[in-house]
Design a protein around this ligand. Structure first.
Ligand code: NDP
Length: 329
């Protein structure tokens, strides 16, 4: 195999971050202990921001891609040996450390998780950070006591990556799922994933008052801002919302009423720095609780060369489900 390989590199151009494809060699990679031959990465909302130069990279030059799946080629760590199949999600890839949009990458061993037996590398990237975040949201709701018998669960930003996987997981676990989507044309897709009902963003807003009629036992929110405020106002007594996203904005124009009058909990979910035990728990639950037969509907595989246009699509809310990036195509 040739010593050189391709990567998507974000660099400074006249004071702005600009992404482009470059040819690198192993000597260009960071000085980390495990060299991985990357097979697949993914496209998450944050990847879209990074590829469009919207300030995700905090060091330049930066190789984008917050997820990767590949095979260990060389390792100075006793925990990994050549041939091991591994995945990485988050840990500051594409922000502080070089990420998965590269045919090879050097990584810290403590970031690597062995590929669960239940998944191929492509499956693991069909899940990616988005899907593993969905599982973290489900785990947070379970820990808050939101069980299927408590009532309906709302998923906002439903047709996106986190939303799609959250619907599939919750439905398989026996929850009655209401999907909130701004794209009416995705209704059949969302029902196939397991949504019992699909509602518009307008309907999700309810009355718009800070304290509304009790409607949902819990929610997974990918959107933030006014939608999250409206969701909080409609959570039943003692319910909870797992908040992981900001696709609609990072503000939260709400009041304390749902918290102090209904005992509602707002559960923050972070995937990037989640501790290793939590990641392993999430991936082992994904192995049992995600119906793999849905991957074909939920996922498409795209070559790395298409990243610039895919990045614009995800930021414009035009991606349905998950996109796997084949870095060698
Ligand atoms: P996607 O772009 O795939 O999904 C986001 C969805 O949100 C869209 O598909 C759309 O769904 C909806 N949406 C988009 N724009 C708006 C808007 N202006 N108002 C209301 N709804 C909107 O992204 P991901 O699923 O990858 O990520 C979802 C969110 O979760 C992002 O904000 C991302 O940054 C965050 N995230 C956070 C993580 C964490 O660790 N906390 C990890 C992973 C993601 P529809 O068309 O159905 O309405």
């Amino acid at each position: 195999m040739s010593d050189t390989f391709r990567a998507l590199v974000i660099e400074d151009q006249d004071g702005k971050q600009k992404a482009g494809f470059k040819t690198l060699s192993v000597a260009d990679l960071p000085d980390e202990d495990v060299l991985v031959d990357v097979s697949y990465s993914t496209l998450n909302y944050k990847d879209g921001l990074a590829v469009l130069g919207k300030g995700i990279a905090r060091r330049l030059p930066m190789v984008g891609g917050i997820d990767l799946a590949g095979t260990v080629a060389e390792s100075k760590s006793p925990d990994f040996k050549p041939g091991d199949k591994v995945i990485v999600n988050g840990y500051g890839l594409s922000e502080l450390y070089w990420g998965g949009y590269s045919q090879k990458q050097k990584l810290k061993p403590e970031w690597l998780i062995k590929l669960p037996d239940a998944f191929t590398m492509q499956d693991a990237m069909a899940i990616g950070t988005a899907g593993y975040t969905s599982m973290l949201c489900v785990l947070a709701l379970e820990k808050a006591g939101v069980t299927p018998d408590k009532g309906d669960i709302l998923v906002t930003g439903a047709a996106g990556g986190v939303g799609s996987v959250a619907i599939a997981l919750l439905a398989k676990l026996g929850y009655r799922v209401i999907a909130s989507s701004g794209r009416a044309e995705t209704a059949d897709y969302l029902k196939k994933l397991g949504a019992a009902e699909v509602i518009s963003r307008e309907e999700t807003m309810g009355s718009g008052r800070p304290f509304d009629k009790e409607r949902y036992a819990g929610a997974v929110d990918c959107v933030g801002s006014k939608i999250l405020a409206a969701v909080l106002a409609q959570i039943k007594y003692g319910g909870a919302v797992a908040a992981c996203g900001l696709a609609g904005g990072n503000d939260l124009p709400t009041s304390v009423l749902p918290f102090i009058l209904r005992g509602v909990s707002l559960l923050g979910v972070d995937s990037v720095m989640a501790p290793r035990e939590k990641r392993i728990e999430a991936w082992s639950r994904l192995a049992t609780d995600l119906d793999k037969s849905l991957f074909a509907d939920m996922t498409r595989v795209e070559p790395m060369t298409n990243l610039p246009s895919l990045a614009a699509d995800i930021i414009n809310g035009q991606i349905k489900g998950r996109v796997v990036i084949d870095v060698n195509a």
